[in-house]
Ligand binder design. Structure first.
Ligand code: MIG
Length: 799
């Protein structure tokens, strides 16, 4: 027997001195004496990619995360050298690469300050067990540096002092600090001296991040295989870091249909058909707005995907149609496990076509999930993805289901250690055959991708809607997501708040939690507080496990129902505002929720704030996270903020007590904002929008607002059929001017705006609309309201 202890115990290895350097347009190659090659690609002036090999040859360059639409190109690139370093200069960055050991330092090109510096830099350990390397990177923490990001980690906003693992995991009833959980988003943001940068470690193996946990002034990351391959993304604004990361890994490829931003009702499970209809009817009877209802696993025949239990759902097409007639979109769950059953066509086909995952030596990957023993499609095979997409034909095109919910796609396997596939399972990985060690973290993402393509194809000309539990960086291109199996506790309400903010900071804004908690049962108060937060999450759905009782807005007492209704109504009124925020996210990668640190990184108070966030551009929200609260203390960012409820003005830059009894929530509007509102509807499209309300909040000074609209579904908006209104507001002591500049070819149904002025500090005596005097008899003086044509370009309100 050969005991290769020499190989096993070599320990950390490092690049030695650089012996050659080569430049190929935007890519530079540095080779060390011991055959390490560092490849630096200038993606943009503010984005550099670093890639290392230790064998002088790189692997095939393939990534599921990077979007084909990622922006490329830079204004300036210059490579120079001095005695110690190669020096790469772009218009935004200066990067030093040490000739001695390949360690890098990155500086702001403008003011030459240090942004990021390798400590040990790249190093590796050979993997005795699997071959290849455990690849590692360590960087020095700079003075006062904080860390953010990493997807769905259920922890405090600021990651400093903690260590994390990335391995997509089914985590029923996870808790604060449980790690890892459902998602792998190996992207973090560093912030120091008011400057932010990001690092995206695009490696799908099990990976780790340590932020000053192991060693006090060191941030490090490593993975159990693959390449050291990371992107450095400079701000200095954090919002630019996030938008550049999102540009790199992709924005949603389509806007969601507007109904998907409405309220969704879910349960494990609503069945039979009569139950589904009863729930839908109760919503309508009680006038609680709702756009979508979900069918969890029990709609299927023995949990076989793409089948129906005919006893409980004798005529799914009819049911789906009747629900649709009442404004409900039906969403159905589809899991990855395909039941081993020789009479089941999906199983037969998968077998015949050789589409199921196999173990290293050839047998199928067999695992137990809800249907019993299953095989699992290899979604990393492009042919399998196409097949999978086509399986949706009947469900979507014929039956009329409007959205698909992908669950258990970590992939989750029951009753086995690790709760997932063993490491040796083989994957196609788009022609880069590999084991599950490499494919695990992207398996769920590729399932969501295939599902998305199916929906896109069969929903046409409508837009697809997909929701997934598992995700890797880039999944936001295809799908929305939820935070998995949480619990009905106050602590989980605060976790949901942190997770939604963190996901938004991590490029994935279409996110929400199971409102009220999935496991266990909330009391009316907790449910109410959760709805109050949930209406401000981009994805807004109540979901719970059936074992724990009812969890509809009407399942508590009538007081709860009334408050919950009031808040869901607020969401429906704010739909044009949320849709505009979504459009900005899809276009520019600007997160829909902004943690205070992202909203105002200059203000160091914001660096450790957890609870408050800005919804869209102008609405500050602070959830109530404790029982029996009559209010709470919250931090107001700099500037003046109007109470949403009574337009009282609060001066920011400090922490203050705010009242918020059970029927209220701290919601504040940034001064100068123009907030668009639709009427309350029971579902999107219930009413013709015959007027757009604009809530205008006076400010001494200037402020810009936008309203984006289109047909709310379909693809015409991609051909220019959208309506974008840019408003600019200028307030002075004795006047207020609002100007509108409109672009896009879409013609909104309404012809007028109802303008509601808030906080105007003078008595209005005269209004000019496009240089003509407005009939003052038409001004509602008590409420400072009036109606104008939607075509106006200039309104001047005077004392
Ligand atoms: O093993 O489909 O997170 O939302 O209701 C549980 C049943 C499987 C887990 C999901 C949850 C869903 C449930 N699923």
């Amino acid at each position: 027997m050969i005991l290769n202890t020499e190989l096993e115990y070599k320990g950390n290895l490092f690049p030695s001195k650089i012996v050659s350097y080569k430049k190929d347009v935007d890519t530079l190659y540095f080779t060390s004496e011991n055959d390490v090659v560092l490849q630096v690609t200038v993606e943009r002036d503010s984005v550099l990619r670093f890639r290392f090999t230790t064998t002088s040859i790189f692997e095939n360059d393939f990534s599921y995360a990077i979007s084909q639409y990622a922006s490329k190109g830079f204004n300036h690139l210059e490579v120079t050298e001095d005695d110690e370093n190669y020096i790469i200069t772009t218009s935004k960055l200066i990067c030093h690469i040490s000739k001695l050991d390949m360690r890098t330092s990155i500086f702001d090109a403008k003011d030459k300050t240090l942004i990021s510096q390798d400590e040990l830099g790249f190093h590796w350990e050979e993997s005795y067990e699997y071959g290849g390397n455990i690849v590692k990177m360590s960087k020095s923490t700079l003075d006062g540096e904080s860390y953010y990001g990493l997807g769905d980690k259920p922890v405090h906003n600021n990651l400093k002092g903690k260590r994390f693992e990335n391995w997509v995991t089914d985590s029923y009833a996870f808790g604060r600090d449980t790690d890892p959980i459902y998602k792998t988003i190996p992207f973090y943001i560093g912030l120091h001296h008011k400057k932010a940068y990001g690092i995206f470690f695009d490696n799908t193996f099990r990976s780790f991040f340590d932020f000053c946990h192991e060693r006090r002034n060191i941030a490090s990351f490593w993975a159990q295989g693959g390449e050291m391959n990371y992107y450095f993304i400079y701000g200095p604004q954090m919002s630019d870091v996030v938008s550049n990361y999102t540009d790199l890994t992709g924005k949603p490829q389509d806007l969601p249909p507007l109904w998907a931003l409405g309220y969704h009702q879910c349960k494990w499970s609503y069945y039979p058909e009569s139950k589904v209809k009863e729930v839908a009817k109760t919503f309508r009877d009680l006038k609680i707005p709702c756009d979508a209802i979900y069918l969890d696993i029990d709609y299927m025949e023995g949990f076989r995907c793409f089948t129906w239990n005919k006893e409980h759902f004798p005529n799914p097409k009819k049911m789906v149609k009747e629900l649709a007639d009442d404004g409900f979109k039906t969403i159905a769950i589809i899991d990855p496990g395909i039941k081993i059953d020789k009479d089941y066509s999906v199983y037969q086909e998968g077998l015949e076509k050789d589409y199921f995952c196999k173990r290293a030596d050839g047998p199928y990957m067999k695992g137990k999930v809800w249907p019993g023993e299953c095989y699992f499609p290899d979604f990393t095979n492009p042919e399998v993805r196409e097949w999978w997409a086509d399986l949706f034909k009947e469900l979507i095109e014929d039956i009329g289901v409007k959205g698909v919910w992908n669950d258990m796609n970590e992939p989750a396997v029951m009753d086995v250690p690790g709760k997932t596939f063993p490491n040796d399972v083989r994957h196609n990985y788009d022609g880069n055959n590999c084991s599950h060690r490499k494919a695990h973290n992207i398996y769920g993402m590729q399932m969501a991708r295939a599902t998305y393509h199916g929906l896109k194809k069969f929903s046409y000309p409508k837009r697809p809607f997909v929701i997934t539990r598992a995700a890797y960086s880039g999944t936001q291109r295809y799908s929305s997501t939820w935070t998995g199996d949480n619990v009905a506790t106050w602590e989980h309400l605060s976790i949901a708040n942190a997770q939604a903010q963190r996901m938004c900071l991590s490029g994935f804004s279409f996110v929400g939690s199971d409102i009220g908690g999935f496991a266990e049962q909330p009391n009316g108060e907790l449910y109410t507080r959760w709805i109050q937060l949930g209406i401000f999450h981009p994805f807004c759905r109540t979901h719970s496990s059936g074992d724990h009782g009812d969890q509809e807005p009407y399942a508590f007492d009538s007081n709860v129902t009334n408050i919950v209704r009031k808040f869901i109504e607020i969401r429906y009124q704010l739909l044009p505002y949320l849709y505009t925020a979504f459009w900005r996210y899809a276009k520019e990668g600007i997160p829909i929720l902004k943690s205070l640190v992202l909203f105002d990184q200059e203000d160091t108070h914001s660096h450790y704030r957890n609870d408050e966030f800005v919804f869209g551009e102008k609405i500050l929200v602070c959830p109530i996270l404790e029982p029996n609260a009559k209010g709470r203390r919250m931090y107001f960012p700099t500037g003046n903020w109007y109470s949403f409820w009574n337009t009282e003005i609060v001066k920011g830059g400090e922490e203050k007590w705010v009242d918020a009894d059970i029927d209220s929530l701290p919601i504040y509007i940034k001064e100068g904002a123009i907030i668009p509102k639709y009427p309350i509807q029971q579902y999107v499209g219930e009413k013709v929008i015959d007027e757009l309300k604009l809530d205008v909040y006076f400010k001494l000074g200037k402020e810009k607002s936008q309203v984006y609209e289109d047909a709310h579904d379909g693809y015409d908006y991609k051909k220019g059929r959208y309506s974008l209104r840019n408003f600019s507001l200028v307030g002075k002591k004795d006047s207020l001017t609002i100007q509108q500049y409109k672009s896009g070819k879409f013609i909104t149904e309404y012809n007028t705006f109802e303008i509601n002025l808030h906080g105007v500090p003078f008595k209005i005596t005269k209004i000019m609309v496009d240089n003509e005097a407005f009939d003052m008899n038409k001004l509602n003086i008590k409420e400072n309201k009036f109606i104008v044509s939607k075509e106006f370009t200039d309104i001047k309100i005077m004392s």
